[in-house]
Design a protein. Sequence first.
Length: 709
Amino acid sequence: MPRSFNHCKTHTQLTCFILLWFAGVLSVQASLKPLPVYFRYELLKSGALTNLVVGDFDGDGLADIAGLTRSQRDLVVMPAKGKFSFRSYQSFRMPSRVQSLLVLDLVGKKHSDVVALVSSPSRAQLWQIGGAGRINPKKQMELPLPEGTEQLYLSPQHSSETSHFFARTETGTLTTFSLHKKEGFSIDKPLSLSHRVSAVFLPNFSTSDFFTQAVGENVIWLHRPPPASPLAIRCKESVSLAATADFNRNELLDLVVVQALASGKTTVEVMFDVGVETGVAPIRFETVVNPKQIFIQDFNGDGLLDIGLSDGVSFMIHFAQSSTAFLESMVIAFSDETSGVTVADLNQDGKPEIIVSEQKAGKLVVYSTSRYECLGVEHLATSGAPSQIDFYSSRKQLFVGSNRHHQIETVQIDRHFSRSGSFSVAGNIVSLWHDASEMISLTTSPVTLVRKPYKSEQVVSHRLFSLGVSHALFWQTLEGQPALLAVLEERASGAVPQLLFYALNRDSTLSISEMILDMPVSAESIVSIGGATLKKKHYLVVLKSEKNAHSVIVYELNAEKSRLSLIEVEQHTFSSLFAQQGARHLLVKVNKNETMDFLVTSAKSAVLLLSERLYQPQQISNFPKLNTNDIVLWHDGDGDKLADLIISRHQRAELLFLRGRPKGSFDMPKIILSDVIATSIASSITKQHATLFVANAKLHTVDILHLKK
């Protein structure tokens, strides 16, 4: 008997070990699961709206959106056409000021109704918004409520005939009432509570249990049917938000409490199986500071409930790794302050969309993981304003750098977009490059070179001897030679800018080294630098701005160990053409016949130096006026093998496209993207189409444009 028992015990221990190991593997795999990618779609311009709600108001099977104007006297309804497109909004004047809206879906009706809480005197009004494909709001019935009712709550307990509500007054009393499909409204007696109520938290599944928050106290009460007594949950810190759900699906209530700490930080505490001793330990983690709304939804469609929080300017999602753990989070930075935010599954794909009403722009915007290429432009939401982007076509990877969070994200660009990783950097990101082995970044404050090999999780940083960076270039590795980096220092008072060079080695113990110039180049008059590789030789091109003349000088780079020589190959001077305007950009294009063309721009004009007639500068007649922060890209953007001009104008928030024509001529400028402040532009050309990736600092997105050839 003992022997048999020991054998069973050993077998049980081994089985438990295997199960724990397998669970650990699954846990690691879950934590490494890429975060979803959100696309930004502008629905329509409707003005700033509050109290956003979603329902099928006209009975056509599509999710419509409704909201209130800032005065709360007008109801705005936006009927859906499908695939995130909406018909023109319709505005209706309400007879009284509306405090809040609730969507009601009684089973058996082919459309959604709205219950509106109106003030002076307090009333609960049932409004039929439409039906049979039409929008025509009509009040059906109303119920007098206790004076000073501030908020209505829709109970999860409902049937095909009846819906139940809570009404909370400004004095903290709580009343329940019902809406019967045939008889209409009926009111119950106020609930007898030992405390005044400041908020009610109802679960997302049918149960009679619910939570309330006490006025002026950090106490949340759990209410259960008699004979059970209310249970007080006392919180250590100041409670700003709360919600309830059933994360572990055992039909017991879990409580989410958002607390503001004295340190200025905000934390989320999740308490599982409140009121029942099940042994599941609570968890706590930091979140966005001062959130205003909380949403419990399965945002990524993995079957687990996640926690979403909005602070009015961004939306943070804490993704569940399991039913009792939240390990990963992501932030969607809105492009504008919001007047209203809600969450609903507009396209019925099982993943809710984040619906936002922008306060200043007056636009209704949706953030979704679904892609609809028929919209022409896709907006990939990023964590803050993207500062730099780089696209590696062979690996179909987009690198996105964000200065707000000082991190670089990798987005896999294939049939579907997915974030495949991210890593942090110190300082603001100046440039992003790549070659076949690694992703390379240059950051500032202080100036640092960051290297991330594709086959390793290790990130290596190298401090550079530079005061700051005005321009930087990277030449990809040639056989037998190290990669080269050129840095033009930014101008500082009392300091003369320098032109510095570094060698990037992979097989040496000294992975980066400063190159010593045989003949130092005066950088005081250098405005911009460019580079190219021809016939396995590296070339540096500089734009010099002197008193009455501007010149383009081409140097061949010869590297030998730690020494570097610059051999001047050619020079081209523009008399006084740019003397008054001030040259700003230098762009270099390599032709198929291994020659170089140059483009030089100023505030008001641009000049082409084509390889077949280098000494006959050609002015671009229809070149638009530029400001200091504008971006100019000279590249084949549409895939017709002719170089185009892509220009981002910050002051006008627009992206211009000048289609290239033979002999260096261009079509008239065309706005291909509005509402954009570009910080970086990358491109890709395939047999199917040409694609532009635009880092949009205004909308906090990477805008993806598919251009026809």
